[in-house]
Write a protein of this length. Structure first.
Lengths: 602, 191
């Protein structure tokens, strides 16, 4: 690794950590029980919204009603996004006259955006009208993020409340998250992005006349738009020359801001944050990386504040960093070392003052190795899934890191809200294991952890693992699953494993070579995304419901303190052991096999 | 249940208006007022015609121009309507073949150049629209461009330096050279 690789990572972590307390304490005010300076500020808008919706803000919900409201709201979001894609050809703000999206792709995208996954089987600039992007997809970017945070806040109340049956009002938590956290931050971030060159308009695509003409082979298509093949089955091409370049436009910045901030990750353009109109400079890249971790990191502090012991929040954040930092350095080092397959050729891949060197396939010059590698680790540690470099072209070990970060259950920062409630499930498992070792009833944050809590926590921890393993097996045994593979050998298996891991942990990034816009993949991955998101959230709400009703157990000499370095190590070990035991066999067939072959020159 | 459904539908509509209509409108209004050129694509105009964007790379293959990053967009390189990388895995033989062909193409127009080719000049960018190359990749091409255009290499180097950006704030990202801006300057210097 070069000196600058180190500096960029350290600068990022330093800025992030400086923001944790201000952002975290602000969010704690948003969800405080009593009115305060933050909630008074928007009280008038809130009142109007509640009045038209018939919501009584003081009327709190038990866990079942909270879960039902959450589920209803998300299903409605899916229906709306599906319908919008199917009728976009008749609606305004479609200057490129895009047709209706196919039913399977529209269904996949609807589940994908509602579940905060933002897996994309389509290319934005060639599929979606501006209306679909803004009123369909962008709205889900906000609401799926708000859903995650609302569920988290209810789960935290489960720990902090004593002897009550209610967890809060879902509509109020949702509205406040959107009004006070997501909207203002998104507006600031979108303007920062435009200042760097991200487009924000509703103009039709621009047609430029380029400096030099380009000649290329274009596949010949018949009247129905299908490629023509010759007698040998090869596609027929004709040689053409063009001096025209289409420059895509649209309201990108406003959508990109919430795409990062809400750990959504769905690109406005196909190349996502590698696209110069979506991420034009190293500074825009820094803003985008910061926006991904800002809320998940801040929520750790909010959690500590809400349970009345800030050390608890710092311990969770420390656990996340203990796993994140070494893996990030590993990823960057692997990419900086370059691709052994190209070592024999007459190329210069050494880092110097004039170039970043390393494995530059699929990377942008302005980001080089450090800004690409760091982004790849952040986007997969959080369940964001935006990419600024093509993960399919990462070196075998460089690609292993993002894949494994997702497979750890998206709890290393994870999705906004969902990352932390996932981590709390692991924390419950960790105190249970510690309790087994000393033969005491485990407690966490003053609440006894009993059979019901353990069942729900185990469900939350194991469900994504089961989805990844089972659905990968289905895909590799099905001709329709294997048909999408683009790269030969072990890497082809990695593409499938990555796709299923991404969907089953609501990440949304991809080894993009895999052709996934087919009915098989659209349906399989939609199932993964749905079941990874909602049953897990409901299990955590069920746990919170039971916890809220419990009495507070005073700390005693036998209580395991959960704010100490010892607990950080214990919790990190549980996360790593579950992730390693479940996925090492599969990883051995993919990236590890590829690394061994690559290192020995095969 | 009926009450819950009503709350759900009304709240969904209210949030859609807020985040799907008012928010993008506000962002567009502010962006257009504050950063007009950038919000509209950082376009480059010549004689009243749009000839590209400083942010979107164009395909150059003539020896008299600096070449940019290889592009894997289909069907033609640097296709702005369909951004994409190659998605070739590191051990894919097709990747090695593609890199070999790119090295050969560079050597063919510059046979006397014995230097190793900087890696970014022979590997496809992530977006297929990368507007920039590394300063090393520019330096590799200086002699060829100067020879083809019959100008002093020192003059060409000056133009490269003028179109080079260092790390942002001295720390972020990588140093880089904007290929379209550089080639337009070259055309002005020695048409």
């Amino acid at each position: 690794m070069s000196a600058n690789d180190w500096i960029q990572i350290v600068v990022y972590l330093a800025v992030l950590l400086l923001l944790v307390k201000p952002v975290g304490s602000y969010m704690a005010l948003v969800f405080a029980e009593s009115p305060n300076k933050v909630t008074r500020f928007g009280a008038r808008i809130e009142r109007v919204v509640y009045r038209v919706a018939g919501v009584e803000p003081g009327e709190e919900m038990g866990w079942k009603k909270y879960a039902l409201a959450m589920l209803l709201f998300n299903v409605l979001g899916m229906v709306a996004v599906y319908v919008l894609q199917r009728v976009q050809q008749w609606l305004p703000l479609n200057p490129e006259h895009f047709a209706a999206v196919t039913p399977d792709s529209a269904m996949n995208t609807a589940v994908s955006f509602a579940s905060n996954t933002n897996w994309q089987g389509y290319g934005g600039e060639s599929t979606m009208s501006y209306l679909t992007q803004a009123v369909g997809l962008s709205v889900q970017n906000f609401l799926s993020a708000a859903t995650g945070i609302a569920v988290l806040v209810a789960v935290i109340r489960g720990f902090s409340r004593r002897g009550v049956k209610v967890l809060g009002n879902f509509w109020v938590d949702l509205t406040r998250t959107t009004l006070y956290i997501l909207l203002p931050l998104s507006l600031v971030i979108s303007l920062l992005l435009v200042s760097q060159g991200v487009v924000q308009n509703v103009l039709p695509y621009e047609h430029a006349t380029t400096v030099q003409a380009t000649s290329y082979d274009e596949p010949v298509k018949d009247a129905d738009g299908n490629p023509v093949v010759d007698a040998a089955g090869k596609p027929v091409v004709r040689h053409v020359s063009t001096q025209e370049q289409v420059l895509p436009m649209g309201p990108a910045a406003s959508q990109v801001a919430i795409k990062m901030l809400g750990t959504n990750g769905g690109g406005f353009f196909n190349a996502n944050s590698a696209h110069p109109y979506e991420n034009p400079t190293p500074f825009s890249n820094f803003i985008e990386m910061l926006a991904i971790f800002l809320i998940p990191a801040g929520l750790c502090y909010t959690f500590g504040a809400m349970v009345g012991d800030r050390r608890q929040g710092w311990a969770i954040l420390a656990t996340m960093l203990v796993i994140f930092v070494p893996l990030t350095f590993g990823l960057v080092a692997a990419e900086q070392a370059g691709n052994p397959a190209l070592h024999g050729l007459a190329i210069d891949a050494h880092a110097s003052a004039l170039q970043s060197g390393g494995n530059m396939e699929g990377k942008e010059t302005r980001f080089g190795i450090a800004s690409s590698g760091l982004f790849a680790a952040i986007t997969t540690a959080a369940s964001c899934g935006a990419v600024n470099a093509m993960h399919d072209s990462l070196t075998p070990l460089g690609g292993l890191v993002p894949m494994w970060l997702m497979q750890l259950g998206e709890v290393i920062f994870g999705g906004v809200g969902s990352g932390l409630y996932g981590m709390l499930a692991f924390a419950v498992v960790a105190v249970f294991i510690a309790g087994l070792m000393v033969g005491r009833t485990p407690e966490y944050l003053g609440k006894k952890i009993e059979a019901h809590e353990m069942k729900m926590a185990s469900l939350a921890v194991l469900l994504p693992c089961a989805l990844v393993v089972i659905c990968t097996a289905i895909a590799v045994m099905t001709p329709a699953g294997v048909a999408g593979v683009a790269n030969p050998g072990a890497h082809g298996f990695s593409e499938i494993l990555y796709a299923v891991s991404s969907a089953s942990n609501n990440n949304g990034s991809a080894f993009g070579g895999l052709s996934v816009n087919t009915p098989f993949w659209n349906v399989l991955l939609a199932i993964c995304m749905y079941f990874a998101r909602y049953p897990l959230a409901i299990a955590m709400l069920a746990m919170a419901g039971s916890l809220a009703a419990k009495r507070h157990v005073p700390e005693s000499a036998g209580t395991l303190p959960t704010h100490t370095p010892l607990f950080v190590v214990l919790l990190a070990s549980v996360v790593i052991v579950v992730g390693a035991l479940t996925f090492l066999p599969a990883l051995a067939l993919g990236p590890i096999a590829e690394q061994l072959m690559s290192a020995t020159g095969h | 249940m009926k009450k819950l459904i009503r709350q759900c539908v009304v709240l969904f509509l209210a949030m859609t208006v807020l985040t799907g209509i008012l928010y993008p409108l506000a962002a567009t209004g502010l962006a257009q007022a504050m950063f007009h050129g950038k919000a509209n694509g950082s376009l480059v105009e010549k004689d009243g015609k749009t000839i590209g964007s400083t942010l979107i790379g164009q395909a150059f293959s003539e020896p008299r121009y600096f070449w940019g990053r290889p592009s894997a967009t289909a069907p033609n390189p640097n296709n702005g309507a369909s951004s994409s990388g190659s998605n070739q895995g590191p051990t894919n033989p097709a990747l090695t073949d593609a890199v070999k062909q790119r090295i050969d193409a560079l050597k063919q127009v510059d046979p006397s150049n014995e230097a190793s080719v900087p890696v970014d000049l022979v590997t496809a960018s992530g977006s297929g629209l990368d507007p920039e190359i590394s300063p090393a990749a520019a330096e590799y091409q200086v002699a060829r461009v100067a020879r083809t255009r019959n100008v002093d290499p020192a003059k060409v180097r000056e133009l490269v330096a003028a179109n080079t950006q260092g790390r942002q704030f001295g720390v972020l990202g990588e140093p880089r050279v904007n290929v379209l801006a550089l080639n337009l300057d070259l055309d002005r210097l020695a048409p």
